[in-house]
Design a protein around this ligand. Structure first.
Ligand code: DOR
Ligand code: ZN
Length: 445
């Protein structure tokens, strides 16, 4: 029997539906939401699932994850990365191209899609890196790439996009290909020069003196001046209010969006000093004042998307004395929702905008069809959340291969308890229920 043909009724729940949270039931058929109505008005189904009165939201969408695989499969692979996603309540993720080899040609994109198709248990889409032949951008767009990622910190592959002329050419090509440009805004050329000037190991202090909010601002400004109207620009992990103000002004004349990560909302530079390299990420977490401002910006609606920047590394790569050599990145898929729900409980964020920043907003920004909302006709990608559940984060229990986190031991309130992808239960109270290959490959609309 084709499992997609099974119909399911979810009942005893409160759904985030049509902008409100209301008691209802959900009828799933053929992998889609067929009906949302009072329980008593749902058609009969092959299977009924009691949701225990919990909150039911659209499956979370993370537009910024590093699933690694290929040459870096010791850090993460499409199975473990998407298992981490399912455990965290995410049903769709967009993978970053800084793999080995990088996703920088139509051929390599096709190879990654084929591999993910065999291994993933949630839906996976792809960002690509600037190809050596700029004309390949439109080919990759046609083959299903969601954006071209511009990593302005270090060269990725063979293309040096940090040089203004090269950046201009590629951004123009993005516009032609009708492809968003996704930007890691940090002024890599200046940062590199500052770090190279040091003859001894780079201490945390020196690292932070190079990776400043100013470096983020300069880089974002250069992109905005270069892109021109007509190019759709998405800024990854914005950390400082100066960059946010710049982005806010540019919104008036450009199609522009930005994301923030849970770690930049929750950690500051003192915490980084206390925890050490496990909390190292680029751009780094900021002084407390900036963190507070980011939270306020979130509350005011100045940030479009919450994304994890799930960036797993092996533990040995996260250790060391020289901060310029320690692998930067935090595994975030399994902690994001509990962490932000805890901020909601504390009154620092509001529930509805937070859900939107994790669902409908990323779907809108990247054009992910039929997802990010609960409505009849949408794909039955659904997450059930126990918003009252108290628990301690245990990195040793992650599905991710990276079993370390700056949030290890933190107490949270709120946890995803069931994750459905196309109407299939892939995670049930922490247990993985899906086989590798049950996720779908996403392509933009
Ligand atoms: O901390 C980070 N880790 N920032 C990035 O931009 C890259 C990422 C990674 O790939 O590890
Ligand atoms: Zn990243």
């Amino acid at each position: 029997v084709n499992r997609l043909e099974t119909s399911i009724n979810l009942f005893n729940l409160k759904a985030f539906y049509a902008g409100r949270i209301s008691s209802c039931g959900i009828h799933i058929e053929g992998g889609r939401i067929a009906r949302i109505a009072k329980e008593t008005n749902l058609p009969p189904a092959d299977r009924r699932i009691d949701c225990g009165g919990h909150l039911v939201i659209p499956g979370l969408i993370d537009c910024h994850v590093h699933l690694r695989d290929l040459g870096f499969s010791y850090k993460e692979d499409f199975y473990t990365g998407t298992a981490a996603a399912a455990a965290g309540g995410f049903t769709s993720v967009l993978d970053m191209p800084n793999t080995s080899p990088p996703t920088d040609s139509p051929q390599r994109l096709a190879e990654k899609m084929a591999l993910a198709q065999r291994k993933a248990i949630v839906n996976v889409g792809f960002h690509v890196a600037p190809p050596s032949d700029p004309a390949d951008l439109s080919r990759m767009r046609l083959n299903g790439a969601f954006s071209c990622k511009f990593y302005l910190l270090k060269p990725m592959g063979n293309v040096e996009v940090r040089h203004p002329d090269v950046l201009r050419d590629y951004l123009r090509e993005c516009r032609r290909a009708k492809m968003p440009a996704t930007i890691h805004a940090e002024d890599g050329l200046v940062i590199e020069r500052q770090l190279a000037a040091s003859s001894s190991a780079i201490t945390l202090k020196r690292f932070l003196q190079a990776h400043t909010p100013e470096a983020e601002y300069r880089s974002a400004k250069a992109v905005l001046e270069t892109a021109g109207v007509g190019t759709k620009v998405h800024f990854c992990h914005i950390t400082s209010c100066k960059a946010l103000e710049l982005i806010g002004r540019a919104r008036r004349k450009m199609r522009i969006s930005c994301e923030v990560t849970p770690h930049h909302l929750l950690l500051n530079d003192r915490e980084l000093e206390r925890i050490g390299p496990v909390a190292l990420t680029v751009p780094p977490v900021r002084p407390e004042m900036e963190r507070q401002r980011l939270l306020v910006a979130c509350q005011r609606g100045s940030i479009d998307v919450l994304a994890t920047d799930h960036a797993p590394h092996s533990l040995s790569e996260k250790l060391g004395e020289d901060y310029s050599k320690i692998a930067a990145g935090i595994a975030g898929l399994e902690t994001a929702l509990p962490l932000v729900l805890t901020l909601v409980k504390k009154g620092r964020l509001r529930l509805k905008p937070v859900i939107e920043m994790l669902t409908s907003k990323p779907a809108q920004v990247f054009g992910i069809r039929n997802k990010g909302v609960l409505r009849p006709g949408a794909d039955a990608d659904i997450t059930v959340v126990d918003t009252r559940r108290r628990f301690k984060i245990r990195a040793s229990e992650f599905k991710s291969k990276a079993k370390h986190s700056p949030f290890d031991g933190w107490s949270c309130i709120g946890r995803p308890i069931m994750t459905f992808v196309a109407g299939r239960l892939v995670m049930d109270h922490g247990e993985m229920m899906a086989n590798p290959g049950e996720g779908a490959i996403l392509r933009p609309k």
